[in-house]
Design a protein around this ligand. Structure first.
Ligand SMILES: NC(=O)c1ccc[n+]([C@@H]2O[C@H](COP(=O)([O-])OP(=O)(O)OC[C@H]3O[C@@H](n4cnc5c(N)ncnc54)[C@H](OP(=O)(O)O)[C@@H]3O)[C@@H](O)[C@H]2O)c1
Length: 280
């Protein structure tokens, strides 16, 4: 297997372009799934405070024998903790749950424009503190649309290193990708296989058959060739191995275009301008 490419972020740090997502993995299954991913060669784990499984991710990394410095860890701020004092406490809790003194990347999980008087600026300035004190090597956002990013760009000092958004063949978010390309913000694509919904699309199954690869591998390879960072989730060891086995082939430009053309502007997750859920 050829190795996972590294992407240089706008702050000079590098991130493995491919990793493992742990959304919706119950805490009691997370250590096992993360261990399987580390055994399969994954070196980038995407978790969040709201997933409630940071402690299990940290335990799996410690038990794996892989050095902390070899694993890129991302976590994200809870929707309940946008006020600066709460964000500081929540960030401390993330580090202690993960059992580490730094995260590689820390994100505002959702912009929540209808909460906190629409103020994600003071939240972002709090993340800037974590970046400056070195406990977050990079900072970024998630589910931010161009109009949210524009405010950060105009009102804050640091440009987010990444914007993590729902992106897959049925929802390509070209406007977000264009804005980010223009401002050197790397794109992370969440739900890269749309939680399985794109896998029986005839265009994708036809391309997969031609390359002798599975539909999931073709979709993940499409994301890699478009330059996005991806971290599919699976609790199934065979799929965990299948998903990372995408570095021994390349899609033709024509096939990349054919998959991009499947866009239907169809979200499977929440709309960032409306989403206002706060965990208890
Ligand atoms: N920032 C955000 O707001 C946000 C939102 C959503 C997700 N994310 C991040 O993005 C990561 C990935 O997104 P996601 O978990 O929503 O969805 P996903 O990775 O697109 O899909 C996961 C689903 O697809 C199945 N699957 C995985 N590999 C497969 C394969 N090779 N063949 C067939 N089915 C396969 C999994 O089943 P099994 O597990 O049963 O194998 C699971 O049901 C998350 O884990 C999280 O880290 C972030």
């Amino acid at each position: 297997m050829t190795s996972v490419p590294q992407i240089m972020l706008n702050d000079g740090q590098t991130i493995p372009q491919f990793g493992f997502g742990v959304f919706q993995i119950p805490p009691e299954q997370t250590a096992e799934a993360t261990s399987a991913a580390l055994r399969a060669g994954y070196r980038h784990i995407d978790t969040a405070q709201m997933y409630r499984n940071e402690a299990a991710v940290g335990a799996a990394i410690r038990d794996s024998g892989v050095a902390r410095s070899e694993v890129f860890i991302t976590s994200k701020l809870s929707n309940a903790a946008h006020l600066p004092a709460d964000a500081r406490k929540a960030f401390d809790n993330s580090l202690s749950a993960l059992g580490t003194d730094y995260v590689d990347l820390f994100l505002i999980h959702w912009p929540l424009p209808t909460r906190y008087d629409g103020d994600f600026i003071s939240t972002w300035r709090t993340l800037e503190e974590f970046y400056r004190d070195g406990r977050a090597r990079s900072i970024g956002v998630s589910n931010f649309q161009p109009h949210h990013l524009r405010r950060i760009h105009q009102e804050c000092e640091i440009t987010p290193a990444v914007d993590q958004n729902e992106i897959h063949p049925y929802f390509t978010q070209d406007d977000v990708r264009e804005f980010c390309a223009e401002h050197q913000i790397a794109i992370e694509a969440w739900s890269p296989i749309a939680q399985g919904k794109v896998l029986d699309d005839p265009t994708i199954t036809e391309i997969a058959a031609r390359y002798g690869k599975t539909p999931a591998q073709v979709v993940l390879r499409w994301q890699i060739e478009r330059g996005d960072i991806v971290f599919p989730k699976s609790v199934t060891p065979a799929r965990i191995r299948e998903n990372i086995d995408i570095f021994d082939f390349e899609l033709s430009g024509e096939d990349v275009e054919a998959i991009s053309a499947l866009n239907r502007n169809e979200r499977s997750g929440a709309d960032p301008d409306k989403f206002d859920w706060i965990p208890a």
